[in-house]
Design a protein around this ligand. Structure first.
Ligand code: S3P
Length: 442
């Protein structure tokens, strides 16, 4: 686990250049481990993200009875216990900083007749769990101990899980996924009705492992997902594509550091994750998709990114689910654009690894950038190259840390962050990868 704070400083250097591949997608990596743990037989995963969030989830799944081994670089082998087959863990399951690992495992445990205690670091302990406990209780799980729906909490899984129809009150892939994973153990059909579609990795991977999953479009942006419970999951290889949410950092850095020309390889292009690309193109960014192809059931492409002038735009609220983790780094980019960028509908940012709405505005302001929060909207006023020179408080939040570093690569004066250790939750090797492209980080 991250221990002593490690400050980091980013400063202007020459253009960024070269090619790089960012680590595997965090959402897919965590799901591959959980589904592998629920499958009898050997599941092989290649390209797994070897970040703290994923490793903590693997440790929890081992405590629940799965066998998980690293067989090579980013290559992992799992032997699972079958749907409903988790064993009662001897100790507390510690998810560290990982909301996704914790919430999805809560769902998987909710369908098993065992009791388990879930915990995490100070950031995860401050995040809401009630939203996920509500559907799990309807399925038949019981919360034995929890402080107002926060960690640490003890969950008793259902002895006779019931299929439910659930309409998440907020657009959240974690909430949808936890419900579907609990529904795996229930007889009959578990249905999740989303008013706004969120990332669909759970439903795609369930189908990949042989479960019956039906996805129907409803209204303009919604989806109805129907899972037939108690499937025999069959082991299938999983190939993890490069994480678009991690690619966002070198991508934005290449757009704001003058004369940069960078290629990012194998980036996942799933449309439910591509809102940032849509937005950047609207702002005038020079991004070329090369070698578009299929890798392990996901569209991927190499992205060639060149620096150039950008203009402020309005980003509609409906786009938020497809770029929810990218707003801090988009806000940094907006400071370099010409005019104001308005980002609407950012309520969910308040309950991420930190209050990301407040943390993003603070990171900009301490570096001389004008930013306003109006209700759930963030406005960033771009006025040429920002001053920089600030020390950013990262609040145990990897994406705030990396966004601040990107800012420092383009601003007049260096930007310092109080702690870079949490970057390892999602992007191990971030500093080395950025240095390889020419960034000055110390
Ligand atoms: C994730 C869903 C999103 C996202 C998180 C990963 C997932 O959270 O912010 O980083 O893998 O399902 P919410 O479901 O809370 O929006």
């Amino acid at each position: 686990m991250p221990s002593d704070p490690t400050p980091l400083t980013a400063r202007r250097n020459g253009p960024l250049a070269g090619a790089a591949r960012v680590p595997g997608d965090k959402s897919i990596s965590i799901r591959a481990l959980i589904l592998g743990a629920l499958t009898v037989g050997e599941t092989r995963v290649t390209g797994l993200l070897e970040g703290e969030d994923v490793l903590n989830t693997a440790q929890a799944l081992r405590a629940l009875g799965a066998r998980i081994e690293r067989t090579g670089e980013r290559a992992w082998s799992l032997r699972g216990v079958g749907v409903g087959g988790f064993a009662e863990p001897a100790g507390v399951l510690d998810f560290g900083n990982s909301g996704t690992g914790c919430r999805l495992t809560l769902g998987a445990v909710a369908g098993c007749p065992i009791t388990a205690t879930f915990d995490g670091d100070a950031s995860l302990r401050s995040r809401p769990m009630r939203r996920v406990l509500d559907p799990l209780q309807r399925i038949g799980a019981r919360t034995l101990h929890s402080d107002e729906g926060r960690l640490p909490l003890t969950l008793a899984g259902a002895r006779d899980p019931m299929p439910i129809v659930f309409e998440p009150p907020v657009p959240s892939a974690q909430l949808k996924s936890a419900t579907l994973l609990a529904g795996l153990a229930a007889p009959g059909e578990t249905v999740v009705i989303e008013a706004e579609a969120t990332r669909d990795h759970t439903e795609k991977m369930l189908a990949h492992f042989g479960a019956q999953v039906r996805v129907e479009r409803i209204k303009a942006a919604g989806r109805r997902i129907t899972l037939t419970g108690q499937p025999e999951l069959e082991p299938r290889p999983v190939i993890v594509p490069a994480d678009p949410s991690s690619a966002a950092f070198p991508l934005v850095a290449a757009l704001i550091v003058p004369r940069s020309d960078v290629i990012l390889r194998g980036v996942m292009m799933n449309p439910l994750r591509s809102g940032l690309l849509t937005t950047l193109v609207e702002m005038g960014a020079d991004i070329e998709r090369l070698e578009e192809r299929d890798e392990g059931g996901e569209d991927v492409a190499d992205l060639r990114v060149r620096a150039g002038s950008l203009r402020g735009i309005e980003v509609p609220a409906e786009r938020a689910p497809s770029m929810i983790d990218e707003y801090p780094v988009l806000a940094v980019l907006a400071a370099f654009a010409d005019g104001t960028t308005v980002m609407r509908g950012l309520k969910e940012l308040r309950v991420k690894e930190s209050d990301r709405l407040a943390a993003t505005a603070a990171l900009l302001r301490v570096n001389g950038i004008e930013a306003d929060i109006q209700g759930d909207d963030l406005l960033v006023h771009g006025r040429g190259r920002p001053a920089g020179g600030g020390v950013v408080t990262t609040h145990m939040d990897h994406r705030i840390a990396m966004s601040a570093i990107v800012l420092g690569l383009g601003s007049e004066r260096p930007v310092q962050i109080d702690d870079g250790t949490f970057i390892a939750t999602s992007f191990p090797g971030f500093v080395e990868l950025m240095r390889g492209l020419g960034a000055d980080l110390s």
